[in-house]
Write a protein that binds this ligand. Structure first.
Ligand code: FES
Ligand SMILES: [Fe+2]
Length: 406
């Protein structure tokens, strides 16, 4: 009798604690212990903009003094959306009865009340979140106020060579796609520690999407760093040289991935952040060192020689990239149907690391990478593309060490 047919297949399930990001969920609370980029600096303007972050709908704006603000949409008076508000020098004014709120939600005016609300307005606060600007992006902290860390600084974005500047980009995942990717954020985050897909998806299946060297099957090792999982991929190139590539998925959602197009050898030139919009969509913000303006956004993969948006449906099918592979795993990947293999060791390690941090937060502790000191140390990663003249193997296997934290 043949077995293993799809008949009677149980409905798929996913690990909710690792994937769901709404307020009050375990992962939602873990992610709320960190700062996240919520827009490019250019997105915060005098025109209120609707943004969705970790399942919360919010309004991003910039007041007349240049201060970015991120507030709950429903006005504290009677709930009209501040999306229809007018931005003024000192804050945002609700369209319905004109209450004016500053970037920290203080009510400055209530024009229909006696004395412009002089007596009562101090009792009202529009719910708001702290924001800061750095690396061309607006960052927000959506967590408990008493747990707010310092906004980290990264050596890769602070130590610039002559002529280099830092610029930000939000156009899509590196492999191509639209700005908003319609699947769970963890699918993309796990992809960062999956170096074998580079050889199959990006270099064999759909032709060369990066460069020829990436098509060589690497020797791979995974190891824990203080805040993430590092991948070491070693490729023996035909001319007797060794290409050693270090990349990392760091908490909370960092992509520390050197350029797969191998522009210049050396340390990683950009850092990306996976922003979960909600349980079923995410987007990417990247900041990187560039020597020419616009270089970051021009770094797009091609499938069949075309950009993702130019492909016909038949070409999407015949030349799949990251978007096709990750979105087709499902709105949230079907964890109950997976068969993890030896090449998925990095994914197992990353899930274990995340589970450790969920436990830490549940126990009232800080997750890894949270630094509340006033002068936090520069965050430094080993990631980069390195070309060695000699034969070189992977470093000793360290993946059995326990996940950091807790
Ligand atoms: S609902 Fe906003 S001022 Fe009345
Ligand atoms: Fe990829």
């Amino acid at each position: 009798m043949d077995t293993g047919t799809a008949y009677g297949l149980p409905a798929p399930t996913h690990q909710a604690s690792l994937t769901e990001v709404g307020a009050g969920t375990p992962m939602g609370e873990l992610l709320r212990r960190y700062w996240h980029p919520v827009g490019l600096s250019a997105d915060a303007t005098a025109t209120p903009r609707q943004v969705r972050i970790l399942g919360e709908d919010l309004i991003l704006f910039r007041d007349g003094q240049g201060r970015p603000g991120l507030v709950y949409p429903h006005c504290a008076h009677r709930g009209a959306s501040l999306y229809y508000g007018k931005v003024e020098a000192t804050g945002i004014r609700c369209c319905y009865h004109g209450w004016l709120f500053d970037v920290q939600g203080h009510c400055l005016e209530q024009p229909c009340e006696p004395g412009c609300g002089e007596k009562a307005r101090g009792k009202v606060r529009q719910p708001w979140y702290p924001v800061e600007e750095r690396y061309g992006m607006v960052w927000a902290y959506l967590g408990p106020p008493d747990r707010k860390p310092a906004l980290p600084r990264y050596a890769a974005l602070e130590e610039l060579a002559d002529g280099e500047t830092v610029e930000a980009d939000d156009s899509s995942i590196g492999g191509g796609g639209p700005p908003i990717i319609p699947c769970n954020w963890l699918q993309h985050y796990e992809n960062l520690v999956d170096p074998f897909h580079v050889v199959i998806l990006h270099a064999t299946f759909s032709g060369t999407q990066f460069v020829d060297q990436m098509a060589v099957m690497p020797d791979v090792e995974w190891s824990y760093t203080p805040t993430g999982v590092q991948v070491t991929s070693v490729r023996h190139l035909p001319e007797g040289k060794t290409f050693r590539r270090l990349s990392e998925a760091a908490l909370p959602t960092l992509r520390v991935i050197p350029n797969p197009r191998l522009g210049a050898w050396g340390p990683v030139e950009s850092i990306g952040w996976v922003l979960p919009i909600d349980d079923h969509s995410f987007r990417i913000y990247v900041a990187g060192r560039v020597s020419e303006p616009g270089a970051l956004s021009r770094m797009r993969s091609r499938q069949n020689g075309k950009l993702w948006a130019e492909l016909t449906e038949a070409e999407h099918r015949a030349f799949p990239g990251d978007y096709e592979a990750q979105v087709s795993q499902g709105a949230i990947a079907h964890h109950s149907e997976e068969h993890l293999a030896t090449s998925d060791r990095g994914i197992v390690m990353l899930r274990r690391l995340l589970q450790r941090q969920l436990a830490a937060v549940a126990a009232g502790e800080d997750p890894v990478g949270v630094d509340r000191s006033s002068e936090p140390a520069l965050v430094r990663f080993a990631a980069g593309n390195y070309l060695l003249d000699t034969e070189s193997a992977c470093s000793p296997q360290t993946s059995e060490m326990p996940a950091p934290g807790a």
